[in-house]
Design a binder for this molecule. Structure first.
Ligand SMILES: [Ca+2]
Ligand SMILES: [Ca+2]
Length: 197
């Protein structure tokens, strides 16, 4: 009986030491540790958000570039088979003939240069953008197509000459987009080609 008591006492002493050690291991985080952890997590979150924002911006730009190319191709398709001479009058009067009030009436290539400075089809002007069938494409706020037609030197098609002074024509389409937060329109694409007729 006398031997049992010291043993229990010893166990109690051992338990007491181990309990104190456990209490020491379970101590809370210090303020500095918490602050550091917060900073580390915060920096990580900010980096992820910045990467995500960058991804969205690139994705939006890519989508807009694709739309712009499609709008330019609509003009290319619309004007591809137009002749240089007006099919009614037979002459090469630069710009729309007298009886051609709107783009729906235009039947030769230089009609689409307007009075010689180009034509703009835009959502802001409620006349565009237009498709190859000359219909206004709806729900295209902020978009515009600018068409210009040039005569170029037949021996050097990179050189533009005065309107009506050559038999080789170049058509140029510039597509712009102005988003709700953009102060000015952004040029999304510019395409030009030598007319086949
Ligand atoms: Ca004409
Ligand atoms: Ca015409």
């Amino acid at each position: 009986m006398n031997n049992a008591a010291p043993t229990r006492s010893g166990e109690a002493t051992t338990k007491g030491a181990s309990g104190a050690s456990a209490r020491g291991q379970r101590r809370g985080f210090t303020l500095i540790e918490t602050a550091l952890a917060t900073i580390i997590v915060g920096v990580g979150v900010i980096a992820i958000m910045a990467a995500q924002q960058s991804f969205h911006q690139k994705n939006a730009w890519s989508t807009h570039a694709t739309t712009a190319m499609a709008l330019a191709n609509e003009i290319r398709e619309m004007t591809w088979n137009l002749p240089q001479r007006d099919p009614v009058t037979g002459d090469k009067f630069w710009g729309p003939e007298d009886n051609e009030a709107t783009w729906v009436d235009f039947d030769d290539l230089d009609d689409f240069d307007g009075v010689g400075t180009g034509l703009i089809f835009s959502a802001a002007m409620a006349n565009g953008p237009i498709n190859a069938r000359r219909d206004i494409i709806v729900n295209m706020e902020g978009w515009s197509q600018t068409i210009r037609v040039f005569n170029v030197d037949p021996f050097d098609i990179t050189t533009r000459v005065a309107d009506g002074t050559s038999n080789v024509m170049e058509v140029e389409v510039t597509v712009e987009f102005q988003g709700p937060n953009d102060l000015t329109p952004n040029q999304m694409t510019r395409v030009s080609w030598i007319a086949r007729n």
